[in-house]
Design a protein around this ligand. Structure first.
Ligand code: ADP
Ligand code: MG
Length: 595
């Protein structure tokens, strides 16, 4: 357990190395051990005390395993199976890995160029790839070998060629999404050539995908090579790989089953261990899988409090938070994001929660109703009392029933929290119906009323609009309308005006003020702008590095801020017409801070 009393600025943040993460995955670790053992055995083939794999010995043909001098017996020509197995594994591995490298190189190159250049080049390259994909690919490989002539090298080319589309398609998709990102534009604008952008900006971001695709296809390619050799199109005598051993032993399948079972088991072990290892590598290289964000989050944040606080308290305000701590599980250790914070919010009051970005404001807001995604989020300490009842001690269903009914959220980014495929009125109606089954028509009616309440002009006309058809300010208003849907006692608004211009911001703040006066709702307003706090909040709490460093009446704090950080925050709000003297006023504060 991390010591949560330690300052957050110096967290005991110990990320586990990739190898440790891989080892934590038992199947991948087993895969790594088996694969490692097989590779070492194959590499040691020249120095191991095993007979020459090609020496035939007719009198001793088809000896069973554990015969003298032949641990795994002999094949139909009297050759030592153990020796042939080890040398054959070496050949199979070599061909499989080389084919993968070839396919990865050319496939990725095609994908990168097609995805980056787009246009006609993309069309031509992708049609070529589609053409390859249009054939059943083992048939295509057979056709290629038939044209080139049987042989191990030709089998390798054929396998590599038929796997190129796989890489090209994957890499192209990733490249297309990366090439439109701002950092690529920035690199272009800085004067880099296309080739430089492609190889220094795009490639490093695509590399993990290439590695993942390789690790998950090596096994497959070894299997395909074995298939071609089995058909006699790959390794030619006297060279043999696992596939050709299997093919040659087929005739004696019933009289001497060991001759085919042994290479079969080896192929199985090899491919299985590579696939397990590949899956593990994929999980380790994908940061989202690593932190658990791709896993389905639990309905309520994981709560693991060291000491359980009283489940009810007397004389409580609308919202009372006591020693709340929330952290994120970063593979074994917990990185704290919110540290022992306490505050209260009375009925009809507005409390401003202010702090720079990353100070833990959103995590605080989400913790109150157990909305931090778990994994990785964990509430490690404290209580959240709504009218005296600790919500973190409630049963899951009861806590979920509170959300949106008595405590509502206005989320930070309305474009990502609104569903793009439903009209806004339907989404507001859904919020109404979640707690109040009044029927579809009535809910929609209520949705239109709510849209009027939040000041959307021509509400009934805009009701069937989709989120993308509204402006940023209108979407924020829809977010507020959804929060109001069930007449909550408390609204938690996470930077509801950050993305807006000042005039729209002023109107939204005015709207929240009006609702507060009319409905007596308590408002927790999260922001990083002291101007906003000064305008609407009765009291303010200042957050820094996950802790509340100062809180009190807004006027008092504005007049006499105690904490250095608060002073600097206040100094950053310029007054109209102040001009150059603003900079003169601010500069000393920041140079002091640095010194
Ligand atoms: P803000 O004050 O800007 O709203 P947040 O509350 O979103 O900041 O974030 C507080 C801290 O928690 C940040 O350091 C952030 O990196 C961390 N954090 C937020 N979400 C996650 C997550 N899912 N996994 C790990 N750390 C997170
Ligand atoms: Mg935030």
């Amino acid at each position: 357990m991390t010591d949560l009393t330690a300052p957050v600025s110096a967290p005991a943040r110990k990320r586990r190395s990739n190898l440790q993460l891989l080892m934590a995955n038992r199947l991948a670790a087993a895969g790594l051990f088996i694969f490692g053992f097989i590779v070492i055995l194959a590499l040691l083939a020249p120095i191991l005390p095993i007979p020459n794999p090609d020496i035939t010995d007719q009198p001793n043909r088809l000896l069973p395993p554990l015969s003298e001098g032949h641990l795994l017996g002999t094949d139909h020509l009297g050759r030592d199976i153990l020796s042939r197995l080890i040398w054959g594994t070496q050949v199979s591995l070599l061909v499989g890995v080389s084919a993968t490298a070839l396919a990865a190189f050319f496939g990725s190159l095609i994908g990168l160029v097609a995805g980056y250049v787009r246009g006609a080049t993309d069309s031509i390259l992708m049609r070529f790839v589609d053409m390859l994909m249009a054939f059943p690919y083992i048939l295509l490989a057979i056709a290629i070998v038939a044209a080139l002539g049987p042989g191990l090298l030709n089998a390798l080319y054929a396998i590599a060629l038929v796997n190129i589309p796989f890489f090209a398609r994957n890499i192209r998709g990733v490249t297309v999404s990366i090439r439109n990102r701002e950092f690529v534009d920035a690199a272009r604008l800085s004067g880099k050539s296309h080739a430089a952008v492609l190889f220094t900006e795009v490639l490093p971001n695509v590399l993990p995908v290439i590695v993942i695709t390789m690790s998950t296809t090596v096994g497959w390619m070894i299997l395909e090579t074995a298939g071609l050799s089995f058909l006699g199109l790959g390794a030619q005598p006297p060279t043999s790989d696992l596939g050709s051993m299997l093919g040659q032993a087929r005739a004696q399948l019933f009289t001497a089953p060991h001759a085919s079972i042994i290479p079969g088991v080896m192929i199985f072990l090899l491919v299985m261990s590579i696939n397990l290892l590949g899956d593990g590598v994929r999980d380790v290289l994908d940061p989202r899988l690593r932190s658990g964000t791709l896993g389905r989050p639990m309905p309520v944040t994981k709560i693991k409090r060291e000491t359980k606080p009283a489940s009810t308290i007397e004389d409580a305000p609308a919202l009372f938070v006591e020693n709340l701590s929330t952290g994120f599980d970063t593979g074994g250790s917990i990185t704290p994001a919110v540290n022992e914070i306490s505050f209260r919010l009375d009925k009809g009051e507005c409390l401003g929660l202010i702090g720079e970005s990353g100070s833990g404001k959103s995590v605080t807001a989400l913790s109150l109703m157990g909305l931090v995604a778990s994994p990785p989020g964990i509430i490690t300490n404290g209580g959240v009392y709504i009218q005296g009842q600790d919500v973190l001690s409630l049963r899951e269903q009861d806590l979920i029933a509170l959300r949106g009914a008595r405590v509502a959220y206005v989320f930070q980014d309305p474009l990502t929290t609104l569903h793009p495929l439903f009209s806004v009125a339907d989404q507001i109606a859904e919020a109404v119906l979640a707690h109040n089954p009044i029927g579809k028509r009535a809910a929609r009616q209520r949705a239109v009323e709510l849209m009027e309440t939040v000041g959307i002009r021509d509400a009934s006309g805009r009701a069937s609009a989709y989120p993308h058809e509204l402006s940023g300010g209108q979407r924020q208003r829809i977010g507020i309308a959804m929060a109001l849907a069930n007449d909550p006692d408390i609204i938690i608004a996470d930077e509801p005006t950050t993305a807006l211009d000042v005039t729209v911001q002023a109107r939204i703040l005015e709207l929240l003020q009006k609702l507060r006066r009319e409905r007596g709702l308590a408002l927790l307003l999260i922001t990083h702008d002291f101007g906003v706090v000064a305008q609407v909040c009765d009291r303010v709490a200042v957050m820094k590095n996950g802790e509340i460093v100062e809180q009190g009446e807004t006027q008092t704090i504005l007049r006499a801020p105690q904490h250095d950080y608060t002073k600097r925050l206040i100094a950053c709000v310029p007054e109209l017409g102040e001009g150059h003297s603003f900079l003169d006023r601010v500069r000393p504060l920041f140079s002091e801070a640095k010194a």
